[in-house]
Write a protein that binds this ligand. Structure first.
Ligand SMILES: *Cc1c(COP(=O)(O)O)cnc(C)c1O
Length: 404
């Protein structure tokens, strides 16, 4: 791909107008939107309106002027992106906390079945939270096995199959419908972590028969650092599962101020405490940007960006660890390199922001809403320069920062 080829692809790109809706800094090629989405232009004025008008002027009256319904309203907007009904999704807490709530609820529901089956090498918080959740339910346990052994690990003691749909490191994607069916055939539920899927690839939870799901607001949804997360509970299960974090916001009548807990009907019972409105406003601005986006355009462009960067990496002798089949992956590309951390730092110093995932992976997020083909071309030139000049050998890159 020459620079002119890249420019021609950008000129023909139906998603090109979305780029201007982000405040991207000059001199940066941002290939880390899978870890922290950039700032949408609409977000800063929305945050200012929240602080100055909604909080500053309207004060507590704002709770009845749109705040109290925000978790369900924003959940309904996310539902449209993941193939769910609007009343099956709610925004609350963090991805980790939502996972905890759903795992404990599912384990209690599935008794006498005791086991959560998952994958070794899953995103760490998923396995850590599963350990914590099993500690809360007598007899429960986590069985994490290699991907190749998952199918045989699912048996008549499996309460729940817990999988991350798109792998954070390699971008490998599970066939959601096939694995959900596999779990159901064994009498188990299926829970999907959509953190690296939502806003990255088209999703259809209900077509796949999924039971439960969680996902992240600050990655491809561009909701801001630490944005609230979401959770999905299929209508089939909503009256059967109860949150272990039985807080007043999930109560059937929170403003009756009663002593005894009685869960709200439907999805609202998954709220625990008062939602963080300062954070909600950033999330909603990020989600609203997705309103008219055609997911098929996103998928097609993601595949083309991947092919462009994979070809550049291949010419430079990098080992790609992401699947070549677009239907078998998410929307990032990872290369293995013995000096992956230093390589990543040298690139960041030159304005190409990707990230490092231990022990030896450099990861680049391919976010079709705001990345262009010319960005990929230019990132490729800088990558070639870094590799050929030995810039990664700089001793300044020998020690790792706290966040990689
Ligand atoms: C990013 C990510 C999370 C994040 O969890 P937090 O509670 O927001 O820290 C969880 N799971 C997966 C698979 C992720 O990629």
């Amino acid at each position: 791909m020459t620079r002119d080829d890249a420019r021609a692809l950008d000129a023909a790109d139906p998603l090109r107008p979305y780029r201007d809706r982000f405040a991207l800094p000059d001199g940066v090629i941002y290939l880390d939107g899978n870890s922290l989405g950039p700032l949408p232009r609409e977000t800063a004025p929305a945050l200012a309106d929240m602080a100055e008008r909604q909080w500053g002027e309207r004060l507590i009256r704002s709770w009845n002027e749109g705040w109290i319904d925000a978790p369900q309203r924003i959940g309904g907007k996310i539902a449209a992106l993941i193939g769910a009904e609007p009343d099956e999704v709610i925004v609350a807490d963090s991805t980790s906390v939502n996972l905890f709530k759903l795992l404990v609820a599912a384990l209690r529901h599935a008794a006498p079945r005791t086991t959560i089956v998952s994958e070794t090498g899953n995103f760490p918080t998923d396995l850590h939270i599963a350990e914590g959740a099993t500690d809360c339910v007598p007899g429960a346990r986590l069985n994490a096995v290699a991907r190749a052994d998952l199918s045989t690990a699912i048996d008549d003691d499996t309460a729940l199959l817990m999988l991350t749909h798109v792998h954070y490191k390699t971008a490998e994607r599970f066939d959601m419908a096939a694995w959900t069916t596999r779990a159901h055939d064994a009498g188990a539920l299926a829970l999907w972590d959509l953190s690296h899927s939502v806003g990255a690839i088209p999703l259809d939870l209900n077509a796949a028969g999924a039971d439960l799901a969680i996902g992240c607001g600050y990655k491809y949804l561009n909701g801001g650092p630490g944005a609230p997360a979401f959770l999905f509970v299929s209508r089939r299960l909503q009256e059967q599962l109860a949150s272990p974090l039985s807080g007043w916001m999930g109560h059937a009548a929170p403003f009756e101020f009663g002593d005894a807990y009685s869960p709200a009907p439907g999805i609202k019972r998954w709220l625990a405490g008062t939602p963080s409105m300062l954070a909600m406003v950033g999330l909603e601005a990020g989600i609203d940007l997705w309103r008219d986006v055609d997911q098929q355009h996103v998928a097609a462009k993601s595949a083309a960006l991947f092919d462009a960067l994979a070809a550049i990496g291949g010419r430079l002798g990098l080992e790609c660890v992401s699947p070549t089949d677009p239907s078998a992956r998410g929307s990032h590309i990872s290369f293995r390199h013995p000096k992956a951390y230093a390589l990543c730092q040298a690139l960041i110093e030159r304005g190409v922001i990707g990230d490092f995932r231990a022990p030896d992976v450099v990861r680049f997020g391919l976010t079709p809403l705001y990345l262009g083909f010319e960005d990929i071309w230019q990132a490729g030139e800088i990558l070639r320069d870094v590799l050929e000049s030995g810039a990664a050998d700089d001793p300044r890159f020998a020690t790792r920062a706290a966040v990689t």
